[in-house]
Design a protein around this ligand. Structure first.
Ligand code: SF4
Length: 359
């Protein structure tokens, strides 16, 4: 399969990786009327059909052709765990049996799907369980989109709404930008999944060289794994900082196209004795000056072999107070799904993971 969802001799067509315009072109190539594209699109992205058989208003010959030529519309769930706080995590098998990890986080006024963009990660941030896994491969646009259709269909059966999508699962999305851009285009389509720009967020560890292109092409919210505003400390916590330092990251964040009253979200995991002193908070405030910002403070859940310890609750509260008193929205993000290995920093592609991930 090409990144565009067009079939190669070895694979079948993945409708979930096509934009609406491409699906229309395909129907014309097949000798079908253009309205077929709208029918199909609606079955896949609005009615969330999981098979061709469900598409009852399509003619029998057309359904037979579809059944022969297209790949399954849904990945296969090989594991499903539900946290005491309602967070759910699935391991979803791709065609080649690669496993991608997807999380749903229910909140009072919204339901967020956290999708993976890669299997494993090449960046090896030492506080992140995903970083202990080698990069296996990039996910295709179809595989990224199918994480959303899978969760939305699952939740629809229970009457639960999926309103937001964050590209914060396994992997560095800017190292898979072509597929991510295509997936975002499909997820945003107002005649399909219709998840708007303000409800979509991409999270990066700071791949500065790709941020300008991503900002231009994606037109969605930005979150950045910051964790320290001292280069010497960030070099350790987010090793890509050795390539793109804090000054470069700051410039790239300033250039991100924010909508209206939008802000850049900065993720900051508090690690005991590493980045959690009042002085760190004061330096953070100075560093953020001039950037419309929101800070998410994350507690650390240690995992077996993790080289860090969590900051105390008092330390976290003191850190928050300093940053918030400077007029910056600062939220302590309580861990969601930690008991089922679904929290930030825990995604490790195995059903028994109980560790965390933060990007
Ligand atoms: S924090 Fe993000 S970029 Fe760093 S290793 Fe984990 S998944 Fe990769």
């Amino acid at each position: 399969m090409s990144a565009h969802g067009i079939p190669t001799p070895m694979s079948r067509l993945r409708l979930t990786g096509l934009t609406r315009a491409e699906l229309t072109d395909l129907m014309i190539q097949w000798g079908e009327k253009p309205y077929r594209a709208q029918q199909l699109w609606s079955w896949v992205f609005v009615k969330l059909a999981d098979s061709v058989e469900a598409m009852t208003d399509l003619s029998k010959p057309f359904r037979v052709r579809l059944a022969e030529e297209i790949a399954p519309l849904r990945p296969r769930a090989i594991s499903h765990r539900v946290s005491a706080d309602g967070t759910e995590k699935w391991l979803l098998a791709c065609d080649d049996e690669t496993v991608m990890e997807t999380v749903f986080i229910p909140e009072t006024n919204r339901g967020t799907v956290c999708v993976s963009s890669q299997v494993g990660c090449s960046l090896a941030c030492p506080f992140c369980r995903t970083g202990t896994l080698p990069l296996k491969r990039n996910l295709t646009a179809a595989e990224i989109v199918e994480q959303v259709t899978f969760v939305r269909a699952t939740m629809a059966e229970r009457g639960v709404r999926v309103t937001n999508v964050v590209l914060m699962g396994m992997g560095e999305p800017l190292y898979n930008l072509e597929a991510v851009t295509r997936a975002v285009q499909i997820i945003k389509d107002g005649n399909g999944l219709a998840i708007g720009c303000r409800k979509l967020t991409i999270s990066t560890s700071g791949v500065v060289s790709r941020m300008a292109e991503a900002g231009r092409n994606l037109d969605i919210n930005l979150a950045i794994s910051l964790h320290s505003v001292r280069d010497a400390v960030r070099d350790q916590l987010v090793p890509i900082n050795k390539k793109f330092n804090l000054a470069a990251l700051r410039q790239a964040a300033l250039a991100w196209p924010l909508r209206g009253r939008g802000r850049v979200t900065w993720e900051y995991v508090l690690l005991d004795g590493i980045n959690d002193a009042p002085e760190d908070a004061r330096e953070l405030v100075l560093w953020l000056r001039g950037i419309p910002s929101k800070v998410n403070l994350l507690g650390f859940n240690p995992w077996p072999g993790a080289p860090y310890s969590p900051s105390s609750r008092d330390t976290i509260l003191r850190f928050q107070e300093i940053v918030a008193n400077a007029g910056i929205v600062t939220i302590i993000r309580d861990s969601r799904g930690a008991d089922v290995g679904a929290a930030c920093g825990q995604l490790a592609g195995d059903a028994d993971s109980d560790d965390r991930k933060y990007s």
